[in-house]
Design a protein around this ligand. Structure first.
Ligand SMILES: Nc1ncnc2c1ncn2[C@@H]1O[C@H](COP(=O)(O)OP(=O)(O)OP(=O)(O)O)[C@@H](O)[C@H]1O
Ligand SMILES: [Mg+2]
Length: 215
């Protein structure tokens, strides 16, 4: 899919988070957005998914203006096309690991146990499917969130600090899985991070700051 963001601005009351942010993500492209804590990376990513609102500008998803869709239409588009790795994981505590990973498939009526197991393998969680989230480490939870974001083969993967809780070796492996899974079916990947190391694999790196976004 292609993502086109034009002159996007976001404020909380008087406080400007970002202004006039424009960027395009081509089909299959991997774009990293880096910037210091608090510059609005998570906010921008939430806008890309239509999970947050903005004050000016537009977000177009394959030519469709997200701002013109109803909340239900946005939810449906997200469910079918978008994978989101949340900075705070948002793993459901009462479901086991495999059920958490299977959730996007269940919502689409396409449950597939082999696919769930393959995703657990891909992020190094083989054999942990029956555990509850509270029985996992922070880094393992992060990998559950990554497997869940990829399981339904989204055309756009939005990842918010997906390796923030991982040691360097596991982070490298997980980035490898993220890239391999998105490349496999030509999905676009937008990664936001304050870690320049995590951005090194990207086709393009953009810097978000108080003056907007730039290469
Ligand atoms: N609901 C809210 N009300 C008011 N201000 C908010 C709200 N949510 C976020 N902010 C502010 O918006 C700014 C951007 O937050 P955001 O979470 O997007 O930053 P970030 O770049 O992702 O930071 P980090 O690297 O720490 O995750 C911050 O200054 C934050 O305090
Ligand atoms: Mg953030």
């Amino acid at each position: 899919m292609s993502l086109v963001i034009t002159d996007l601005s976001k404020r909380y009351g008087e406080q400007v988070v970002f202004e006039n942010v424009s960027l395009e993500v081509a089909p299959g492209e991997f774009v990293a957005i880096v910037g210091e804590s608090g510059v609005g990376k998570s906010t921008l990513l939430n806008c890309m998914a239509g999970l947050d609102t903005w004050d000016a500008g537009s977000v177009q998803f394959d030519g469709v203006d997200l701002g013109a869709l109803s909340a239900d239409q946005r939810a449906l588009l997200r469910r079918r096309q978008v994978g989101f790795v949340f900075q705070a994981f948002h793993v459901l505590p009462h479901l086991d690991v495999a059920q958490n990973v299977a959730l996007p498939l269940m919502l689409l009526g396409r449950y597939d146990d082999a696919r769930v197991q393959a995703m657990l393998d891909a992020v190094g969680l083989h054999g942990l499917g029956a555990r509850l989230p509270q029985q996992l480490s922070g880094g393992q939870l992060q990998r559950v969130a990554i497997a869940r974001a990829l399981v339904h083969r989204p055309t756009l993967l939005l990842a918010d600090e997906p390796t923030g809780n991982l040691d360097p070796a596991t982070a490298a492996k997980v980035m490898e899985a993220l890239i391999a899974q998105t490349r496999e079916h030509g999905a676009s990947l937008v990664l936001v991070t304050h870690s320049p190391a995590a951005a090194t694999r990207a086709d393009r790196v953009l810097h978000l700051g108080s003056k907007g976004i730039a290469a």
